[in-house]
Design a protein around this ligand. Sequence first.
Ligand SMILES: Nc1nc2c(ncn2[C@@H]2O[C@H](COP(=O)(O)OP(=O)(O)OP(=O)(O)O)[C@@H](O)[C@H]2O)c(=O)[nH]1
Ligand SMILES: [Mg+2]
Length: 196
Amino acid sequence: MEDKCKIVIVGGGSVGKTCITLRYLNNKFITHYDPTIEESYRKMTILDGKPILLEILDTAGQDEFRSVRDKYLRTGEGFVIVYSITSADSLWEAQSFHEAIEKVKDTTDTPSLTVGNKSDLESQRQVSTSEGQELAQKFRSQFLEVSAKSGKNIEQVFETIARDVRNWKAKKSGKNQSNKRNSSAISKKKKNCEII
Ligand SMILES: Nc1nc2c(ncn2[C@@H]2O[C@H](COP(=O)(O)OP(=O)(O)OP(=O)(O)O)[C@@H](O)[C@H]2O)c(=O)[nH]1
Ligand SMILES: [Mg+2]
């Protein structure tokens, strides 16, 4: 059976979450702004030679539509945290989304990727590349500057987060297997004790 990966795209309003998602899925760029409530998509792809089903959830950046936030944070396996390089405020918002993820997941090792979008708007830049990188380091996530308009680094967004989730799951199931082995070794020992 193929792998599955639940990816959630988060970030402030109008940073370009929907445009990133639709550029990846349809290779199209939408110029008008229509705030998202919540949209989900599925895409089958090949990652590192193996099939994987990506379940992508495009979420609301606008405050008034954020009521279901905790639910999707709980079910997501990998998070793409988006800000716009043209908005310093959106970098702060990215931070608050990251805090919400850590709080809901109650762990610091959830796979995430920090993305600075609208890299085609260099003349309107308010967030330097190094500021974005610093934030990503703080989140212990990888970092990409992208443009939904030009398509720059869009494929990499989904490849990177899907690979992270796949590795994270493999690590987790490896740990579970060794826990099972340990506990069955303990129960065997116990049985041996009873016989003696
Ligand atoms: N120049 C440029 N504009 C972009 C880019 N990505 C998005 N936009 C524009 O920014 C506006 C908002 O984009 P959306 O993708 O709808 O933003 P969003 O983050 O989904 O917004 P919410 O759904 O409200 O959270 C639209 O007018 C897009 O055309 C980009 O890479 N470059
Ligand atoms: Mg949207």
